[in-house]
Design a protein around this ligand. Structure first.
Ligand code: CUA
Length: 139
């Protein structure tokens, strides 16, 4: 059930094409885990109603793989790869980015509706690619 859902999402993603956002900074993949803020990934409130979610994309997981925010939050995702090219796609949102090794990708999204939003890697990244997913929980 989940797998067939993912398949449908992948097909629609390929059809829509993938944005290449301007890099928000640079960090070599081998230094990601030692470089702030990626040495301490997770979600933090930066001002009322605004959150920053720092995520490391790596084979084959997002770290962390669950982000929790209250409904109505604006979330800035800061994502960097610790190895190869990954995708960063959140269902039912505008978030659709490629995570290129060496670049910090920043995407912003406001979550008005409570619920669970599936986060998937939609760039093929090796044998465990289909296991690389997480979720945004909006409470
Ligand atoms: Cu990471 Cu596909």
């Amino acid at each position: 059930m989940l797998l067939s859902g993912l398949g449908a999402i992948l097909v629609s993603v390929v059809g829509a094409g993938t944005m290449l956002p301007t890099p928000a900074g640079r960090v070599p993949p081998e230094e990601v885990r030692q470089t702030p803020p990626f040495d301490n990934p997770g979600v933090r409130e930066i001002e009322p109603g605004k959150y920053e979610a720092v995520i490391v994309a790596q084979i084959w997981a997002f770290v962390p793989n669950e982000i929790r925010v209250p409904a109505g939050s604006e979330v800035t995702f800061k994502v960097a790869s610790a190895d190869v090219v990954h995708g960063f796609f959140i269902e039912n949102t505008q978030v659709n980015a490629m995570i290129i090794p060496g670049q910090i990708t920043e995407v912003k999204q406001t979550f008005d509706e409570p619920g669970e939003y599936l986060l998937i890697c939609h760039e093929y990244c090796g044998i465990g690619h289909h296991n690389m997913w997480g979720r945004v929980v909006v409470e």
